[in-house]
Design a protein around this ligand. Structure first.
Ligand SMILES: N[C@@H](CCC(=O)N[C@@H](CS)C(=O)NCC(=O)O)C(=O)O
Length: 204
C-alpha cells in the first residue's frame, strides 16, 4: 500500500493507523500547493480534488476520505482490534467519532488555515465554532477515559489526535481543555505515533 501524505496534516492519522495495524506501506509526499508528488507525479491524477490522504491499494485502486480509509485498514487486521465489528452499536459509535472529527472538528479548524484568514466578526464566529467543538470533545473525555471509545485505542483516536494537535499552530490555549491536553500527551506516548511523526519529520 502507498500513502500519499503531507507532513502533519490529516494524512498523519492514516500513517499512524498503518503503523499501529502493522500493514507494510510506502509513503509518497505531496506538495499541496503545487499538487506534485515527490517522485514527480501529478497528484490530481490520484485525487482530482488534490487533497490527502489518498491510499493506493496493492491492486492499484485508490481509496479516499480519512474515515473510510481508517475503517478499511482496521478491518484488514481485525486482530489488531482498532475498530469494533461492523453492524454493532460500538461500530456506529466509532463512525460517530470519525464523522464528528471530519465534519465538525477538522472543518472548524479550516478557516484558520485558509490563505485569507478571517478577521473581525468573522474571526470571532469561526473561533466560537471551533471552541464549541473543542468543548464537546473535552466533555467526551471528561470521564477520564483514555481514548474516544473508552479504555481501548481505536482508529478514531488517530484522526482526533492529529486534528487537536493543530491547536498550537492556530494559537489555541489548551488550558481551557485539560482532558484534550491529557489525551494529546497520552497519544504522543504511543511508539507508533512517535515513529509516524518521526518519519514525517515532525519530531527528531
Ligand atoms: N474530506 C477529506 C479532507 C481531507 C483534507 O482536508 N486534507 C487536507 C489536509 S488536512 C488537504 O490535503 N488540503 C489541501 C487541499 O485541499 O488542497 C478527508 O476526510 O480525507
Amino acid at each position: 500500500m502507498k500513502l500519499y501524505y503531507a507532513p502533519g496534516v490529516c494524512s498523519l492519522a492514516v500513517h499512524i493507523a498503518l503503523r499501529e495495524i502493522g500493514i507494510p506501506y510506502s509513503l509518497e509526499k505531496v506538495d499541496l500547493a503545487t499538487k506534485q508528488t515527490e517522485s514527480g507525479g501529478d497528484f490530481t491524477e490520484v485525487n482530482p480534488l488534490g487533497y490527502v490522504p489518498a491510499l493506493e491499494l496493492d491492486n492499484g485502486e485508490i481509496l479516499l476520505e480519512a474515515p473510510a480509509i481508517l475503517q478499511y485498514l482496521a478491518d484488514r487486521k481485525p486482530d489488531a482490534q482498532l475498530a469494533p465489528a461492523a453492524g454493532t452499536i460500538e461500530r456506529a459509535r466509532l463512525q460517530q467519532h470519525l464523522n464528528f472529527t471530519a465534519s465538525e472538528l477538522h472543518k472548524a479548524f479550516g478557516p484558520f488555515f485558509a490563505a485569507i484568514k478571517p478577521e473581525g466578526t468573522q474571526r470571532e464566529q469561526a473561533l466560537a465554532k471551533l471552541h464549541s467543538r473543542m468543548d464537546r470533545l473535552d466533555a467526551l473525555l471528561r470521564d477520564d477515559r483514555d481514548y474516544l471509545m473508552g479504555p481501548d485505542f481505536s482508529v478514531a483516536d488517530t484522526y482526533a489526535f492529529v486534528v487537536v494537535s493543530w491547536s498550537d499552530i492556530v494559537g489555541l490555549d489548551l488550558g481551557r481543555w485539560p482532558h484534550i491536553s491529557g489525551y494529546i500527551a497520552r497519544m504522543k506516548q504511543r511508539p507508533h505515533v512517535q515513529e509516524a511523526m518521526r518519519r514525517e519529520g515532525l519530531v527528531h
